[in-house]
Write a protein that binds this ligand. Structure first.
Ligand code: DAH
Length: 357
C-alpha cells in the first residue's frame, strides 16, 4: 500500500481546530498563528512534502490540503473576531462611569462654581448708589490719546502736574501720543463732546473703568486699578451741590458712622479742587499702617469744572457749570470690607477671595 504525506490529514486538521478553540486571548492567538496556518505550521510542512508526489497525485493532494487549510483559516478568523469583541467589551466595561461613584463624589467634594470678585461687586454697588441718586452709568475707552487723558483736561505737554500720573505709553503713532488711561477723567471729555454733538446737555453721569499707572503696588495702590468718575454739567451748579453729593454718597455706601471731609487740593481740570477723604474704617480714625497713622483715607479727588475744560469741548461756561469727582473702586471696597493691604486683591488666595462671595 502506498503512503501519502496526507494520510494523517484528518487527525492533523482536527488537532489544529482544537488548538484554535483553546485560544483564549488575542495575544495567545497572535503567538500561535505561525504554528497553525503560518510558515511553521504542519499545513506548510505538508505543502512542501507534496513535491515528492507525481503530478496527478500531487494535484489531488494539493486540492485536499487546500480544503483543510481553508477550514483551519476560517476557524482561526472566527476565533479572532470572538476574542476581539470580548476584548472590546472588557475595555468598555472598565471605562464605564459608575453612577454610584458619581453620586458619592458629588456629595463629598462640592464643586466650586466661583463668584463675582470684590472689585466687580464693589463697582456694581457704587453704580447702584449713584443710579439711586439720579446718575446714568457710562463707559469710556481704556486706551486714550494724550489729548483726552491730559490736554483736554487742561494738562499741557510737559506740565509739571503730569508727574501725578506715571504713565504707560502705547507704541502707536508718534512717541508718547497714545496712553493707557491713567484715570477715568478722560471719560468726562467724551461725555461732554457727545452731549455737545447731540445737543443733549445737561449731563449727570458716572463712568467706572480700569486705569493703569507705572506705580509700585503697596497697601493702598495697584498698578492696574479701577476708578469711578462722576460728572455733572448743568445750570447753576455750585460747590455746595458737590459737597452734598459726596456726603450723601458716603453715608449711602459706608453707613452713617463714617465721616467724610474735603480738603483743598490741586487738579488741573477742576477749580477749586478737593481731596475727598473718609474715616479709616480699619482703625476707626485711631491711626494705623493702612492710613499712615492719619485716621483718614483718601478715596479720590473732586472739584468744580475748570472753564478751560468746558471751552476745550465747546461748552459755554457762562451758561453751564458743573463738578466732577473720581474715586478709586479698590479703595472703596478696601474701606468697606476693612482690608488692611490692597495687594490681597490680586494675590489670588482663594481663602481671602472666598470671603466676598
Ligand atoms: N483723575 C484724578 C486722579 O486720578 C481724580 C480726580 C480729581 C477726578 C478731581 C476728578 C476730579 O473728576 O474732579 O487722580
Amino acid at each position: 500500500m502506498s503512503t501519502s504525506p496526507l494520510d494523517n490529514l484528518a487527525a492533523q486538521k482536527a488537532e489544529l481546530l482544537e488548538k484554535v478553540t483553546s485560544l483564549s486571548t488575542l495575544d495567545e492567538l497572535k503567538e500561535a498563528e505561525p504554528f497553525i496556518t503560518g510558515k511553521r505550521s504542519i499545513l506548510s510542512a505538508l505543502q512542501k512534502s507534496l513535491g515528492q508526489l507525481e503530478a496527478v497525485a500531487r494535484a489531488d493532494a494539493g486540492a485536499l490540503l487546500q480544503e483543510a487549510r481553508r477550514e483551519v483559516e476560517a476557524a482561526l478568523e472566527a476565533r479572532r473576531s470572538i476574542l476581539s469583541s470580548q476584548a472590546r467589551a472588557v475595555a468598555l466595561e472598565s471605562d464605564r462611569l459608575d453612577l454610584g461613584d458619581v453620586v458619592v463624589s458629588a456629595v463629598t467634594v462640592p464643586v466650586s462654581v466661583g463668584h463675582p470678585g470684590l472689585v466687580g461687586s464693589t463697582q456694581r454697588e457704587l453704580e447702584d448708589v449713584f443710579v439711586g441718586m439720579g446718575f446714568v452709568v457710562a463707559e469710556g475707552p481704556e486706551v486714550e490719546t494724550d489729548w483726552y487723558n491730559f490736554e483736554a483736561l487742561n494738562i499741557p505737554p510737559a506740565h509739571p502736574s503730569r508727574g501725578m500720573w506715571d504713565t504707560f505709553y502705547v507704541e502707536l503713532g508718534e512717541p508718547e501720543t497714545v496712553v493707557l488711561r491713567t484715570h477715568t477723567s478722560p471719560t468726562q471729555i467724551h461725555l461732554m463732546e457727545n452731549a455737545v454733538a447731540n445737543n443733549s446737555l445737561p449731563i449727570h453721569a458716572v463712568a467706572p473703568g480700569t486705569c493703569y499707572r507705572r506705580d509700585t503696588p503697596d497697601a493702598r495702590h495697584l498698578a492696574t486699578f479701577h476708578q469711578i468718575e462722576g460728572l455733572i454739567v448743568d445750570r447753576n451748579i455750585t460747590f455746595a451741590d458737590l459737597a452734598g453729593v459726596i456726603e450723601t454718597f458716603t453715608h449711602a455706601y459706608f453707613g452713617p458712622d463714617i465721616e467724610s471731609r474735603l480738603r483743598p487740593a490741586f487738579f488741573p481740570f477742576t477749580e477749586p479742587s478737593a481731596e475727598f477723604e473718609i474715616t479709616c474704617t480699619i482703625c476707626r480714625g485711631e491711626g494705623c499702617r493702612t492710613c499712615s497713622n492719619t485716621g483718614w483715607i483718601e478715596l479720590g479727588g473732586c472739584g468744580m469744572l475748570d472753564p478751560a475744560v468746558l471751552s476745550a469741548v465747546g461748552i459755554d461756561g457762562d451758561e453751564w457749570s458743573g463738578f466732577a469727582f473720581g474715586f478709586g473702586i479698590e479703595r472703596c471696597g478696601q474701606m468697606r470690607h476693612q482690608i488692611a493691604d490692597m495687594r490681597a486683591l490680586i494675590e489670588n488666595d482663594t481663602r481671602f477671595l472666598g470671603q466676598f462671595s
